[in-house]
Design a protein around this ligand. Structure first.
Ligand code: DC
Length: 226
């Protein structure tokens, strides 16, 4: 029997593998808090871009980080993204564009950004009962998590899923461009020096290319015993 502090599920993997939907579903089933670490990188990217901060200027980046007030609020239903409040403004929608995905990936390679957000994520996870989703949650943020998963899928399948989501939100999609963005983001996230996207040696690896969301959730619950 695990105590609450040990009750952490980590779900890592590249973009478009269904991590968010699956993580929210698993968190709701377990009555755990869902921690969307990607939303935090997106919010920091948003702020640095909005303030026109030179990403190569360490002290300017640090100053921006020192004054950041970031809040993640639970979504209304398990089908919605978390609400993200930055310096009293709701930026939940603004951070979800493909451009902001690239910006988040870019700023996530900056050591000061990773240090700050990793610390914030570990504080949120201190009491346990968390489902954390991201790129390094099982390897760096919560290396002692009880249940670790790494989701993967073909880039083409991930592009199709992301395109469907964007179209649902009323956006026009150039599939070739989207696929190139996904491949570049995978490459950058996997090859950065600090906390790159990689499989934790003790993670359960699930290829979601030909599985439905329900099937993936089922596989995960079969190895989570709270
Ligand atoms: O999960 P997402 O698409 O919202 O993440 C956006 C970017 O943030 C992703 O390309 C890399 C970065 N990220 C990260 O470096 N570490 C995490 N734990 C989560 C996201």
């Amino acid at each position: 029997m695990k105590n609450n502090i040990q009750k952490i599920v980590t779900i890592d993997g590249p973009s478009g593998v269904g991590k968010s939907t699956i993580s929210r579903r698993v968190a709701a089933n377990l009555s755990f808090t869902y921690l969307d670490t990607g939303a935090m990188y997106r919010a920091v990217g948003y702020k640095l871009q909005k303030n026109d901060v030179d990403l190569g200027d360490e002290s300017a980046v640090q100053q921006c980080l020192d004054t950041i007030a970031l809040q993640l609020l639970p979504a209304a239903t398990e089908n919605d993204e978390v609400s993200v409040i930055l310096d009293d403004h709701d930026i939940s929608l603004a951070i979800r564009s493909p451009q902001m995905s690239m910006m988040a990936s870019k700023v996530s390679a900056i050591p000061a950004v990773r240090e700050k957000l990793t610390r914030m994520q570990q504080e949120i996870g201190e009491k346990g009962c968390i489902v954390a989703e991201g790129r390094d949650t099982g390897t760096v943020v919560f290396p002692g998590a009880s249940w670790k998963f790494y989701l993967d899928a073909d880039p083409e399948e991930r592009m199709r899923r992301r395109a469907a989501q964007l179209r649902l939100a009323g956006e026009e999609v150039d599939e070739d461009e989207l696929l190139q963005m996904i491949i570049k983001r995978d490459h950058d996230d996997q090859n950065r020096t600090i906390a790159p996207l990689c499989k934790a040696s003790d993670a359960v690896i699930i290829d979601t290319s030909r599985l439905s969301i329900d099937e993936v959730v089922q596989v995960m619950h079969s190895s989570i015993e709270v």
